[in-house]
Design a protein around this ligand. Structure first.
Ligand code: ACO
Length: 286
């Protein structure tokens, strides 16, 4: 569990809180005109304001999450939190003091996606799981389920309608165990979709860009033969053998990153950038 120098209890009226960009980083106006009741020590200034404390928590937990996933850069920082993203933070006093136990960052994405038949569809504002971390000392105790379930309820989402940004093996196991989500729909980007995602009608994409996306993906599938051909077999995904760019694997991240960058430069040359929502290249956008 992660302790902080300040008392986090005041930030957690309940064990899971919802944080958005507007609740972080005090504005200049706030700092100048509104001495905050939580400022205990004027010498330390605004660092004791809740917004700054939340920012610190996000930065620390984001770094721990990146370390756990073998990522070079955190996906979650206070500075990078966009206005359409939400972070759920979990804390408890199970150890006799209040500590942070988990972080879950979600948002919405406009994506071009392939359905089960391989048709390209435009998904607007699709729910996306961007960063998920439970402290090592609390993993496999149901904490992740609590956090994820609360997020689904608050967002009004269902698990099968969520796209997942390059899930780790642990997250694939998590989704399978708690939500029965095993079979994935292969994509041309780093997002993983589960069967059921396309159950509601969505806009068919018949633009040139979509056709190019399909063509580019076919080229990719030829160079990554196993993945596209066998991607409905969950074991192919969870083993991370062929779909290396889709499953987060810290131990190999540096090596794979170069591969992905090369592939994306091919895709990027032929497609509008908004067609290819490549999370690995644009992690800072999350
Ligand atoms: N190995 C394999 N599966 C695991 C592991 C593990 N070490 N840890 C959790 N799981 C999966 C399993 O299915 C497990 O069920 P089991 O114990 O019966 O095998 C299930 O998750 C446990 O469920 P919870 O206890 O509710 O989940 P937990 O509190 O462990 O949180 C989480 C899951 C967030 C994935 C956690 O394991 C974690 O922080 N992992 C490290 C960071 C990470 O991989 N995050 C996801 C990155 S991808 C993304 O953020 C989009």
């Amino acid at each position: 569990m992660v302790e902080f120098a300040f008392d986090i209890k005041q930030l957690f009226p309940q064990p899971i809180i919802r944080v958005q960009a507007h609740s972080l980083r005090p504005t200049v106006t706030q700092l100048r005109h509104r001495p905050h009741p939580f400022i205990a020590n004027p010498q330390r200034g605004h660092s004791t304001m809740p917004s700054c404390q939340l920012s610190q928590i996000l930065d620390v937990m984001g770094k721990l999450s990146a370390d756990a996933q073998g990522l070079r850069q955190p996906v979650t920082t206070a500075d990078k939190l966009a206005s359409d993203q939400v972070v759920y933070l979990m804390a408890d006093d199970a150890a006799g003091y209040w500590a942070i136990t988990g972080l879950l960052k979600v948002g919405t994405k406009d994506l071009f996606l392939f359905d089960q038949e391989g048709c390209c569809r435009r998904a607007k504002q699709t729910p996306a799981i961007l960063d998920f971390y439970v402290h090592e000392s609390r993993q496999r105790c149901g904490q992740g389920k609590l956090l994820f379930q609360r997020m689904l309820e608050q967002q009004g989402w269902s698990a099968s309608k969520c796209s997942v940004d390059r899930p780790s093996k642990k997250l694939l196991g998590f989704m399978a165990k708690h939500y029965g989500l095993v079979r994935t729909i292969p994509q041309g980007n780093n997002f993983v979709l589960y069967e059921g995602f396309f159950d509601d009608p969505m806009t068919k994409c018949n633009s040139n860009a979509a056709r190019e996306l399909q063509a580019a993906s076919r080229i990719r599938s030829q160079s990554q033969g196993h993945y596209i051909r066998h991607s409905h077999d969950q074991t192919q995904v969870s083993r991370g053998q062929a779909n290396r760019n889709t499953v987060r694997n810290g131990a190999h991240s540096g090596h794979f990153r170069r591969d992905i960058l090369n592939q994306d430069s091919v895709l990027g040359a032929s497609l509008p950038t908004r067609c290819v929502q490549d999370s690995r290249v644009s992690r800072s956008d999350h």
